[in-house]
Write a protein that binds this ligand. Structure first.
Ligand code: RP5
Length: 170
């Protein structure tokens, strides 16, 4: 089994439906990861232990997602010097508390905070970091970006051919 480079951590199994997108995107790039449910509030010792041991276990980056007051990413960051990518998760009964808490880190402890529910971007950002030292991954990422651009160009060409109304009907 390939050794995981990325730790995907979420505060609850209720986050899994959203956080699955991180794993799906990493799968597309062939990046090995592990997934854990660890709560900054309900299992704080596990959070401290996980982050403290992450570097020596070979992880390069931790992607953490949590909702509500969302302290998970910040707590993990307190216990490791690995880069932490945080995903503030939206809860239908709450506003933007997770986002606010993730972008309000004190100077000296860092998070790379993604958009709310920005699971795909979190995985892509992790791929960009790993690709700094992995030419095969950099080539894959470049090809993904080129395909993405080509899709927009195709849509623009189609819009030019059909006009906006037929485009919407098609
Ligand atoms: C956060 O509280 C979790 O990340 C989750 O988004 C939210 C609710 O957790 P559950 O009550 O569904 O376990 O810590």
């Amino acid at each position: 089994m390939t050794k995981p480079l990325i730790g995907i951590v979420m505060g609850s199994d209720s986050d899994l439906g959203t956080m699955g997108e991180v794993a799906k995107t990493l799968d597309e790039f062939g990046v090995a990861y592990e997934m854990r449910i660890i709560s900054a509030h309900r299992t704080p010792n596990a959070a401290a232990e996980y982050a403290s041991e992450a570097r020596e276990r070979g992880l390069k980056i931790i992607i953490a997602g949590a909702g509500m007051s969302a302290h998970l990413a910040g707590v993990l960051a307190a216990y490791t010097t690995l880069p932490i990518i945080s995903i503030p998760l939206r809860n239908p009964n709450h506003g933007h508390e997770a986002l606010w808490s993730n972008i309000a880190m004190p100077p000296g402890i860092t998070l790379a905070t993604m958009p709310e529910n920005g699971c795909k971007n979190a995985a892509l950002y992790a791929v960009e970091i790993l690709a700094l030292a992995d030419q095969t991954l950099a080539t894959k990422y470049n090809s993904f970006r080129q395909k993405q651009s080509a899709k927009v160009v195709d849509k623009d060409t189609k819009l030019g051919k059909l006009g906006w109304q037929k485009y919407l009907d098609s």
